[in-house]
Design a protein around this ligand. Structure first.
Ligand SMILES: Nc1ncnc2c1ncn2[C@@H]1O[C@H](COP(=O)(O)OP(=O)(O)OP(=O)(O)O)[C@@H](O)[C@H]1O
Length: 349
């Protein structure tokens, strides 16, 4: 089942291409949309909701066309905008009831749903205080509550962790996860922080300069590539066994980094030849000895043989998965879509 689909979607502003032939399918669950500032995340959300027209291409949300059926989409989809949009003199209860009424809920239902939703986001005690006195974290929670109050099937959350400290970010990410696990609501959440989405999202879509870099299950990001952590003993011939091994492996053409604690990290080649633009239904071909998976085996063998040739003792040799941020850092070293945009593709925190 597809919740969101875009087909060759482009959005051009004078002098700026915000989205560039973006084709992506997003299923149910929690999906992270990652990209640096200006990558096109907010623009995509506005087009999905039917709030801005596309220049080219099409989008469907919950099976409906965004261009022609925007109001029907907005009835079934909640939206948490990026910027502060809360009137300071109004309480959270008044504001969320108002938003519920705007979504068509009758008065009593709107009050009940508001109380439930504010309790869910952890704002029950403070719900009658004017929002002008709220912290950034509390304001973000009100914005989340108003997106949820009409019991949507899908919520689009634009940078919900913006301005939050690490503890506040963790709480918000936990809340977002529970929106799906407790209520079955699908979530599209944007962020420029790759690391924070790793724990929260089932699926990650990475865009840069309005172009799709990658769309994949979160586990797929980290499962594909990694490094080999190797620890060796010293020997009489090599009083610094770690340095000797590093030198020999580098001479053999491997990329080797040293970590504290006498640990060497040997980069492994990627098993996939190129980033998959979308999830492919077809199974991967069997790894062959000459293909990239064979390259990983070769690297294992080379490390083992080099350790033996140097006469060192092998304490451990284990494959480590990359974290998403590391994967992205590697990709950003050779960006897929270099253009005039400034800044790194995403903040790899
Ligand atoms: N109304 C507009 N008029 C002109 N240019 C715009 C407009 N809205 C967005 N842009 C430009 O389009 C590009 C994408 O902007 P967008 O806001 O979608 O990015 P983003 O990924 O959401 O980043 P941010 O998190 O900083 O908002 C940027 O270069 C931005 O300056």
């Amino acid at each position: 089942m597809t919740v969101i689909e875009t087909h060759s979607l482009s959005k051009r502003y004078p002098g700026v291409t915000a989205l560039d032939r973006l084709t992506v399918d997003i299923g149910p669950g929690v999906t992270g949309l990652v990209g640096a500032n200006g990558a096109g995340k907010s623009t995509l959300i506005k087009i999905l909701l039917g709030l801005a027209p596309a220049s080219e291409g099409s989008t469907r949300v919950l099976g409906r066309d965004s261009a022609s059926d925007g109001s029907a989409i907005r009835e079934r989809v909640g939206y948490m905008p990026e910027h502060d949009c809360l009137p300071p003199d109004v309480s959270a209860t008044e504001f969320v009831v108002h938003m519920a009424r705007m979504s068509g809920l009758p008065r009593t239902a709107a009050r009940e749903r508001t109380a439930d939703t504010l309790r869910h986001v952890g704002l029950y005690e403070e719900r009658y205080r004017p929002m002008g006195g709220y912290s950034t974290g509390m304001k973000q929670r009100v914005k989340l509550a108003q997106a949820l109050v009409h019991d949507p099937e899908l919520v689009l959350l634009d940078e919900p962790t913006n301005g939050l400290d690490p503890a506040g970010r963790d709480e918000m990410l936990g809340l977002i996860r529970r929106v799906h696990t407790d209520f079955g609501i699908s979530v599209l959440v944007t962020s420029h922080l790759l690391g924070e989405l790793e724990r929260t999202c089932d699926h990650i879509v990475v865009i840069d300069g309005g172009k799709l870099l990658r769309s994949q299950a979160t586990t797929g990001f980290t499962a594909d590539i990694g490094s080999l952590a190797v620890e060796v003993t010293d020997s009489d011939a090599h009083p610094n066994g770690t340095a000797a091994l590093r030198e020999a492996l580098t001479a053999a053409g491997l990329t080797v980094a040293e970590e504290p604690g006498r640990l060497l990290l040997v980069e492994l080649p990627e098993p996939t030849a190129s980033p998959a633009p979308t999830d492919r239904p077809d199974p991967r071909p069997e790894p062959s000895a000459t293909g990239p998976a064979g390259g990983i085996r070769d690297a294992h063998d080379l490390v083992r043989d080099t350790v033996a040739d140097l006469g060192l003792g092998l304490v451990r040799m284990e494959q480590r998965r990359h974290r998403i941020a590391e994967v992205f850092q590697q990709r950003s070293a050779t960006p897929a879509a270099p253009d005039e945009r400034k800044g790194a593709p995403a903040d790899a925190r």
